[in-house]
Design a protein around this ligand. Structure first.
Ligand SMILES: Cc1cc2nc3c(=O)[nH]c(=O)nc-3n(C[C@H](O)[C@H](O)[C@H](O)COP(=O)(O)O)c2cc1C
Length: 346
């Protein structure tokens, strides 16, 4: 699996999720089986690049290659500048966000809203490709199936983007109008795959090894991308890899291993965010890991009073030790997607 000149470890990708897929979480996903992880989006607004939030998002210290940065905006020249800025800071791949109902950038909706304006979408693609080409950096595109049910223009935009030099397209099988409602459909993803010769990635509602295989089969996609189902379960990538290779489900991970992964993740997380923000932003990752575990809900409520990283990590470790005494292996996930979907309503 390649994106332009970049070779990837496998065909299982972690989807970009603002506020979730920061460097520590991307690294964890890569360690546990993801072949590729895209960063949270970085705004094309230059005045925000020096802000703490944006500079943390652009922090790739020690990250396993390839480093891929997603940019969002509505102005072609600003997007080109944002791409060049991130390439200068180590990005090896630039991803254009046309997949997420991104917040207002420059008083206009960016992200998937661009799918409504194909001329602007293509102008952005051309400008970003022109900015990245001299550096040998491939540009990818993340999109939805279209603006609304009657305007499913993914194939047309993807074709035009391929013509303009895009190296890979990822398609979330919902329209912009759907938000996260209903179910992802894969017919449009399959149609995009048939229409292009560059790699196409299927995304949306993949939450188990069986679903991953079904989506590969239904779309013929070159890779799949997983977002919400990896929240609190980053080992899902390894489970899918095992299933695709053997046709059998991997045994669930040991509670002791999950504790170890979570503590290492927290350590890395605190390192990036510091004490005050670190302890607070870690709560969602801990909460997702506790989902479905006996007593997890109670601990999640208790945990909010811990104010120091040291105390949070110690209490989390002790909680998992007590769990491991009575339950050595993680339970099979129960309807993880329904829960993950609720968690996505951010
Ligand atoms: C919390 C959250 C943040 C997201 N942020 C982004 C983003 O920054 N850029 C983007 O292209 N998509 C973003 N998405 C969309 C995901 O990348 C993905 O397309 C979507 O969640 C569907 O995949 P899933 O069903 O596997 O979660 C976000 C989704 C969630 C739940």
């Amino acid at each position: 699996m390649r994106i332009g000149p970049v070779t990837l470890a496998n065909r299982l990708f972690a989807a970009p999720m603002a506020g979730v897929t920061d460097r520590p979480f991307r690294q964890l996903c890569k360690r546990l089986g993801a072949g590729y992880a895209v960063s949270e989006m970085v705004t094309s607004r230059k005045d925000l690049w020096a802000s703490l939030k944006t500079s943390r998002r652009a922090d790739h210290e020690g990250e396993a290659a390839p480093i891929s940065v997603q940019i969002a905006g509505t102005d072609a020249a600003m997007m080109a500048e944002a791409a060049a800025y991130n390439v200068a800071r180590g990005a090896q791949i630039i991803d254009i966000n046309m997949g997420c109902p991104a917040k207002k950038v420059c008083n206009q909706w960016a992200g998937s809203a661009l799918m409504r304006d194909e001329t602007l979408a293509l102008a952005i693609v051309e400008a970003v490709v022109a900015a990245c080409e001299p550096h040998g950096v491939p540009v990818t595109l993340k999109m939805r199936t279209g603006w609304c049910a009657t305007e499913k223009n993914a194939v047309r935009i993807a074709r035009a983007a391929e013509g303009a030099g895009i190296a890979m397209v990822a398609v979330h099988g919902r329209t912009r109008e759907q938000g996260y409602q209903g179910h992802a459909e894969y017919e449009t993803v399959a149609a995009v795959k048939r229409a292009l010769s560059i790699p196409v990635v299927a995304n949306g509602d993949i939450d188990s090894p069986a679903k991953a295989k079904a989506v590969f089969d239904a779309t013929g996609a070159d890779a799949i991308m997983i977002g919400r189902a990896a929240q609190g379960r980053p080992w899902i990538f390894g489970e899918i890899a095992h299933f695709l290779a053997t046709g059998k489900l991997a045994p669930p991970p040991r509670v002791a291993d999950v504790k170890q992964w979570l503590l290492e993740h927290l350590d890395d997380h605190y390192g990036l965010y510091g004490e005050y923000a670190g302890v607070r932003t870690a709560r969602k990752h801990i909460g997702w890991t506790l989902r479905g575990l006996p007593g997890g809900e109670d601990f999640r409520a208790e945990m909010n009073i811990f104010e120091s990283c040291e105390q949070q990590a110690r209490e989390v470790g002790a909680w998992f030790d007590r769990l491991a005494d009575v339950m050595p292996f993680m339970p099979a996930p129960t309807a993880p997607h329904a829960e993950a979907r609720a968690a996505a309503l951010h």
